[in-house]
Design a binder for this molecule. Structure first.
Ligand SMILES: [Zn+2]
Length: 244
């Protein structure tokens, strides 16, 4: 089929056009007369021309893009709603309870040979975190006010949620990780996470260290002690620490 090349913008136009579809320049239709006439099925020509000027088709295209934009906007709004929704967390304790002396236990477990195995429920760890992080508020509140850190233990997995606030509005970031100790080295492997209730893929969570780096600094002493143990094992609602 002969195309009419626009002298202005070089767009190839259908032979029926007089003006360029893109820029509106007048097309040189003399090229058509010079070109050898090729046979085209009159039905095909009819269909082609109809499609070219069919307002329904253009409208459908426009509607499709309008709906697509609407759906994208809805997805974005849904993601934001999920991000600002708070995850299921235990109630904040009214008065700070006296926590178990976990750092002391850890110290003993790493220094005294033949120390017994340490077993803590996630509730106990949360009490400990609540108590010990309170005193380290300033180190934690460089960007947003640190509210609390809450852990939940599952089989081979620890979920950590940190609540931070900005002018009374809470932001929750969660990370799930597994832990292994080998020859004095603690390996933490990310297994996913969430912002509010919106899940974040583990691959992305690898780069989220910054979100929890302030907390990591604050529990550095405990982290070092755990690295000296023989093993750390997460079980449903329980962490089992075995000294060497
Ligand atoms: Zn043109």
């Amino acid at each position: 089929m002969i195309k009419l090349v626009c002298p202005e913008c070089r767009r190839e136009n259908e032979p029926e056009r007089i003006y360029c579809h893109d820029c509106g320049a007048r097309l040189d239709r003399s090229a058509l007369a010079k070109a050898p006439q090729t046979e085209e099925d009159p039905n095909a020509t009819h269909k082609r021309v109809k499609a070219m000027f069919d307002p329904g088709r253009a409208l459908m295209k426009k509607r499709f893009f309008d709906y697509s934009k609407l759906i994208l906007a809805a997805v974005a709004v849904a993601a934001i709603v999920q991000m600002i929704r708070s995850p299921d967390l235990p109630e904040k304790p009214k008065a700070p309870m006296l926590p178990v002396q976990i750092s002391l236990d850890l110290e003993n477990a790493t220094t005294t040979p033949g120390s017994p195995q340490l077993r803590y429920s996630d509730e106990q760890i949360n009490q400990y975190l609540g108590y010990s992080l309170k005193s380290k508020q300033t180190a934690l509140s460089s960007y947003l006010n640190f509210e609390r850190a809450v852990v939940a233990f599952e089989q081979d997995l620890c979920r950590l949620t940190v609540e931070r606030s900005m002018s009374g509005f809470s932001v929750y970031t969660s990370t799930a990780f597994s832990m292994a100790v080998q020859d004095g080295t603690l390996t933490v492997k990310n297994r996913g996470g969430a912002i509010g209730r919106m899940p974040v893929h583990p691959l992305l969570m690898q780069y989220s260290g910054l979100l929890f780096s302030d907390l990591a600094v604050v529990v550095e002493r405990e982290r070092k002690s755990v690295a000296k143990l023989a093993s750390v094992e997460f079980q449903p609602k329980l962490v089992v620490l075995t000294p060497r």
